[in-house]
Design a protein around this ligand. Structure first.
Ligand SMILES: [Zn+2]
Length: 408
């Protein structure tokens, strides 16, 4: 549901944070130590169906106009756009959803819950929407950034639990209140929409919202086949055909890219050992961090670091996956607010919502976040980490929320 309900998933994440804190204790080691190398199961379903000529032209035009950078912006989530769906009930625009391409891109680039994850299967579904006010919220904009402005825009859009379905993805949900066989854009959340629950945005008003009640629907990443009678299946978990732009952005599934533009990262002379450079995933992640921070970031220690971490394991630095941002070069006071903002920007770049990222960074400690298949570790304001912020990456993780540890 629009704006007010956005607090729910944040609160839920905070709950996980507390649980993780209680459970993890001091595990997780310091400075690149902790692992969390469980089997990683990332369900990334690439949306994609044969693309119509019209859409192809639209894409071509926008690619030419916006250039490669623009074409790659949706890295934050969603995968390829669906084909135009011109069947009964089409509202035009992207996939017949009534939602302009620029708005899809806005959701994909600004929603803190943007991504590519789609969890298939059976969901309990309800409907919500105008008239706004009360439990329906103010109706200003969805938590994913889709404008509503207190009105009743015609969109095929759903509120989801973003742990299961990321914002910016297109899902096919059948049955639905519109008997619509095309896609819905996931772009909202709701306090009660947790787990396998979906809320259909229904602009038509209370009678049809109430008329829908609570039903079971199937979520698919592919168009509903035949009469829509549950032909979609979990077989769709295999990536569907890739659509336009897929692959152009190089390894999006394993990247750390997050919504927002990149900033500038400067590798300080001597930060790396001559023979081993800091690796690209770290530099990419720091660019994203700098984009969130809004200023350039200077990497002061990369691989030119002792072999062992403070926890007695091979340091992330040693293998090119660790970075320190020192206080002198980055012009912040030891333990100061500017350092906190850089640490928070790193957490934010790892997918942590803004307010939680700031609170977490300020509270001090080492924080492990699992983001796009990488364990991102941010250490700030604990044992020896007051004059620099440490960021370390490790491939593979499977925990939820933030695992926090202190360095004695
Ligand atoms: Zn470090």
């Amino acid at each position: 549901m629009p704006a007010p309900a956005a607090a729910a998933p944040i609160a839920r994440t905070a709950g996980k944070l507390l649980a993780a804190r209680a459970a993890s204790g001091r595990q997780g080691g310091g400075d690149g130590g902790g692992g969390g190398n469980g089997a990683l199961v990332v369900l990334v379903v690439v949306l994609g169906v044969p693309v119509g000529l019209v859409f192809g032209l639209v894409l071509l035009v926008s690619t030419v106009a916006g250039g490669q950078q623009r074409a790659c912006m949706p890295q934050g989530g969603g995968g390829a756009l669906p084909a135009n769906f011109t069947g009964p009930g089409s509202l035009g625009e992207v996939g017949g959803t009534g939602i302009k391409r620029s708005l899809v891109e806005r959701v994909r680039s600004t929603s803190p819950f943007a991504g590519e994850k789609i969890t298939l299967g059976s969901y309990g579904t309800t409907a919500y929407g105008p008239p706004w006010g009360g439990i329906q919220g103010e109706g200003n904009a969805t938590s994913g950034g889709l404008p509503i402005r207190g009105r009743s825009p015609r969109y095929y859009m759903v509120a989801v639990d973003t742990d299961l379905i990321a914002h910016g993805t297109f899902v096919y949900v059948w049955p639905n209140p519109f008997e619509w066989k095309g896609p819905f854009l996931a772009a909202d959340t709701g306090g009660a929409i947790q787990g396998k629950r979906i809320d259909f945005y229904d602009w038509r008003g209370r009678p049809t919202q109430r008329g829908w009640g609570l039903k079971k629907s199937r979520v698919s990443a592919k168009p509903i086949a035949g009469d829509g009678g549950g032909q979609s299946s979990d077989e769709a978990e295999a990536p569907a055909a890739t659509g336009p732009g897929a692959g152009e952005c190089g390894g999006a599934a394993g990247s750390l890219a997050d919504p927002g533009g990149d900033g500038k990262v400067v590798v300080h002379p001597g930060a790396d050992r001559p023979d081993v450079k800091t690796r690209k995933p770290v530099l990419d992640f720091l660019k994203r961090t700098a984009g969130v921070f809004g200023q350039q970031i200077i990497l002061t220690t990369g691989t030119a670091h002792g072999r062992m971490s403070s926890a007695g394991q091979v340091s992330d630095h040693w293998v090119g996956l660790g970075a320190d941002m020192g206080s002198v070069a980055n012009k912040f006071q030891d333990g100061g607010e500017k350092g906190t903002r850089i640490a928070a920007a790193a957490l934010r770049a790892a997918g942590v919502p803004e307010s939680l990222a700031l609170r977490t960074a300020r509270s001090g400690g080492g924080h492990n976040v699992c983001h796009r298949g990488w364990r991102v570790q941010v250490i700030w304001r604990t044992g020896g980490h007051f004059d620099h912020i440490h960021v370390g990456l490790r491939r593979g993780c499977n925990h939820e929320g933030i695992q926090t540890f202190q360095i004695g």
